[in-house]
Design a protein around this ligand. Structure first.
Ligand SMILES: *Cc1c(COP(=O)(O)O)cnc(C)c1O
Length: 350
């Protein structure tokens, strides 16, 4: 018998979105990756860091990723002690749970949203509470005071794509005894964000990822913005070399090219609106989205049938067996050409 903790022995592993091998090409719209390459400066910075012989890799990286903290601080208007860089925003979510929620203590999130919060809480032996949504996407049965350690608010919501506004987030923060973590994985695609609330309220933390808007899912980069006390706690418990040299170079270069980011985001948002219009013309119900994906429901409300029809045509989208989501599909926004192919396939499937 392995000497495993009971919660580890009993938990089931998180299943990430399917990554097909590239032997025969797929239209891959299942994990909200960006269809465009990262900013050109990213490749240059990685090659420069690597050097001719790869010599720089002999040595450990700078432990704090300070250069990227400085650039991010300037970009968002915070002192750099309000910023932490991470090996994907998943690392931040994990370390927030490790820092705050002990064995038997509680964290919460909205259902449906990002179910990986639950896996990470289980690893810590923390308890999980979820709050459902009503028809108007309001959180149901929100208590006057939420006494758990952490409340994760995915905003824009994934997989549905709608946003909570800052008045609501402010109200929610005032009811949460612990930290309110606003997971802005898709924040760059949205019309608003909660950065002002980080400054205004003591218990609001914002997390961001480079995986979607910056086209760097393969690099594993994320950041958080919070008061220096929170950042200090996260610094204590992270791997002391959490970002390798190439990732640090990539992060700084990506943050520095905001013009490229803006162009890329604009293109994806334009494609999203075109695609949503096309879906509605086919009779689909589409939730207005502020992310790089849409949640769409066919007239027969059978998500699995459409998923299968697309799969047979080598188009990969995300289907969830969860009963609150199984009527629809989450479809990432790719290039215009990919979305046109998807619309043509949906028309054929009927
Ligand atoms: C993609 C995603 C993440 C994970 O981001 P990484 O930086 O790739 O770890 C976190 N939260 C949500 C809601 C996401 O969609």
């Amino acid at each position: 018998m392995l000497p495993l903790r009971k919660n580890i022995a009993e938990m089931s592993a998180y299943v990430p979105g399917f990554q097909p091998s590239d032997e025969r090409p797929w239209v891959k719209l299942n994990t909200n990756e960006n269809p465009y390459p990262p900013a050109p400066g990213v490749r240059e910075a990685i090659l420069a860091e690597l050097g001719e012989s790869g010599q720089s890799l002999r040595k450990y990286p700078e432990a704090r990723t300070q250069a990227a903290r400085d650039v991010a601080g300037e970009l968002y208007g915070f002192d750099s002690d309000w910023i932490i860089m991470a090996n994907g925003s998943d690392e931040l979510i994990n370390n927030l749970i490790r820092a705050c929620a002990g064995e038997g203590e509680e964290i919460a999130f909205v259902h449906p949203s990002y179910s990986y919060y639950s896996t990470l809480a289980e690893i810590q032996g923390a308890r999980v509470r979820t709050f459902g949504l009503d028809e108007q996407f309001r959180i149901q049965e929100l208590p006057e005071r939420y006494e758990g350690k952490l409340f994760f608010l995915t905003n824009p919501n994934a997989p549905l794509g709608f946003c909570f506004d800052n008045d609501f987030i402010r109200e929610l923060a005032s009811r949460v005894d612990g930290l309110l973590v606003v997971d802005e994985a898709y924040g760059d695609f949205a019309q608003a964000n909660a950065l002002a609330l980080v400054r205004e309220l003591p218990n609001v933390v914002v997390t961001r990822t480079f995986s979607k808007s910056y086209s760097l899912a393969g690099m594993r980069l994320g950041l958080a913005i919070a008061r220096p006390e929170v950042i200090g706690a996260l610094d204590k418990i992270r791997d002391h070399y959490n970002l390798d040299r190439l990732a640090q170079a990539a992060a700084t270069a990506a943050l520095k090219d905001q013009a490229y980011l803006a162009r890329c985001v604009e293109r994806i948002c334009n494609t999203r609106e075109r695609f949503s219009t096309g879906l509605r013309a086919l009779g689909y119900e589409v939730i207005p989205s502020q992310g790089n994906y849409v949640f769409a429901t066919a007239p027969d409300r059978n998500g699995e049938r459409i998923y299968q029809g697309l799969f047979d045509r080598r188009i990969l989208v995300r289907y969830f067996t969860d009963p609150v989501l199984s009527h629809g599909l989450r479809i990432s926004i790719g290039t215009d050409e990919e979305m046109d192919r998807t619309l043509a396939a949906l028309k054929e499937i009927g």
